[in-house]
Write a protein that binds this ligand. Structure first.
Ligand code: BGC
Length: 441
């Protein structure tokens, strides 16, 4: 088998997000977010909530120990806006920031580089009540929040991600309603949510940069190559539209300071002069979340007349997502070709499977191991072909609250028993640990 040797300074680690692991939703003055409201409305498939989740809020020392024992040198986590500013704006809740202070100190003591993401979907409910990502009123609050968090942590946290997956928030939260806040606003709702996230992000970059130097500022986008299901020109056009919506609004927004031409007309009503300058920013690094390619077909009745087509794939995850590691290689090569060879790191990549606890008490998650092996090989190939990949952070350290699926879907390399909260490293944890420690595959 091909051996890939990764650069010596390569980052190896795992990602998580605040809402999915922390629990302690009432602790220390935290306010409500849109996912609390969504869960209370009965919108989570298995009826669970994130009330306890992994109880990371209390068990973070154990979780840092897991990262350290794996030999990881990086960890991406997110900060809960409603812990810091319980109503989204106004008085800072110092106790909410104290939690991240402890976490960051713990990571640094363990020799792990903290990579902080400011927004992984837990929007304070009062801001949603004022229009959320549908309006411009959110731009300044987000920039203010970013400045508050950086003021507290930027002496120790050097890597900052503004957003996580603005495309997923826009499409599932505001377009089709499967995610909080559960709105079905269709095309315009999707594009507005994307544009206002781009604007808020642009303002946040500038707010942080104005007060601090020597930081690496970036963002995280879910990027997936969009293919047409067939060579029918209708399907080909549908895939191009979906590529514009899914990948390009976020990508071209930050990297080129532009609205994709294919969508300019649909966005003309709410894009104002000067917006394009504000959404562009010379970022220091880009986080990529990759799960699969997208195979699209033309079908009316959906936003942009696009629907999921047959992926012509033999391997599927427990989410029903196709396993297509070559898409990660293609994506990295395309980024290098189209956007310059800027530093990127894989900020999420992973799979849910129906894990079982074996008679020996262990989780022999061979499919997840194979998933990681194949995707790491894709990264290795891209590195060999000149891509500027700086790190690989799996999704996720722990089984966690998988949004609208609740606790039913397990993405962790460490199993969490939701009764006892006991953590059990899976075979995939040991696999990634070996690769990280040896620096080769
Ligand atoms: C998100 C994670 C999520 C994962 C699996 C990504 O879209 O950033 O929060 O758990 O995918 O669905």
């Amino acid at each position: 088998m091909t051996q890939f040797v990764f650069p010596r300074d390569f980052l190896w680690g795992a990602s998580t997000s605040s809402y999915q692991i922390e629990g302690a939703l009432q602790a220390d003055g935290r306010g409500d977010c849109v996912w609390d409201t969504f869960a209370a409305a009965g919108r989570i498939a298995d009826g669970s909530t994130a009330k306890t989740a992994c109880d990371h809020f209390h068990r973070w020392p154990e979780d840092i120990a897991l990262l350290k024992a794996a030999g990881f040198n990086a960890y991406r986590f997110s900060i809960a806006w409603p812990r810091v500013l319980p109503t989204g704006t106004g008085a800072v809740n110092a106790k909410g920031l104290d939690f991240y202070d402890r976490l960051v100190d713990g990571l640094l003591t363990a020799g792990i580089r903290p990579m902080a993401c400011l927004y992984h979907w837990d929007l304070p409910q009062p801001l949603e009540d004022r229009g959320g990502w549908q309006g411009r009123e959110i731009i300044q609050p987000f920039a203010d929040y970013a400045a508050v968090v950086a003021a507290r942590l930027a002496d120790r946290v050097k890597d900052w991600m503004m957003l996580n997956e603005p495309n997923v928030v826009a499409i599932f939260g505001y377009g089709v309603g499967d995610h909080a806040p559960g709105l079905k606003l269709g095309e315009v709702g999707i594009l507005k949510a994307l544009h206002h996230q781009n604007l808020a992000q642009g303002a946040a970059f500038r707010a942080i940069a104005a007060a601090h130097s020597g930081l690496r500022l970036g963002t995280v986008i879910n990027l997936e190559p969009c293919l047409a299901e067939s060579d029918d020109p209708l399907d080909v056009a549908a895939a191009a539209r979906w590529d514009a919506v899914w990948n390009r609004v976020a990508l071209d927004g930050v990297l080129r300071g532009m609205i994709p031409p294919l969508l300019a007309e649909k966005m003309a009503d709410f894009v104002r002069p000067g917006d394009e300058e504000l959404i562009g920013y010379p970022i220091d690094l880009l986080g990529i979340n990759y799960y699969s390619k997208m195979t699209m077909k033309h079908e009316t009745g959906h936003p942009f007349d696009v629907w999921w087509g047959d992926a012509h794939c033999q391997r599927w995850t427990g989410m029903g997502w196709p396993v297509q590691p070559d898409g990660l290689y293609d994506l990295l090569m395309e980024l290098k070709r189209d956007y310059g060879n800027l530093p990127v790191y894989i900020a999420e990549n992973g799979a849910a499977y129906d894990d079982e606890v074996a008679a020996d008490g262990q989780i022999h998650d061979a499919e997840r191991v194979a998933f990681f092996k194949d995707h790491l090989a894709a990264v290795g190939r891209a590195l060999a072909d000149g891509c500027n990949v700086k790190g690989y952070l799996c999704w996720s350290l722990l089984d966690n609250f998988e949004w609208a699926f609740g606790l039913a879907k397990r993405f962790g390399i460490v199993r969490v028993d939701y009764e006892t909260l006991q953590r059990t490293p899976k075979d995939s944890y040991r696999f990634l640990s070996t690769v990280a420690k040896q620096g080769r595959l």
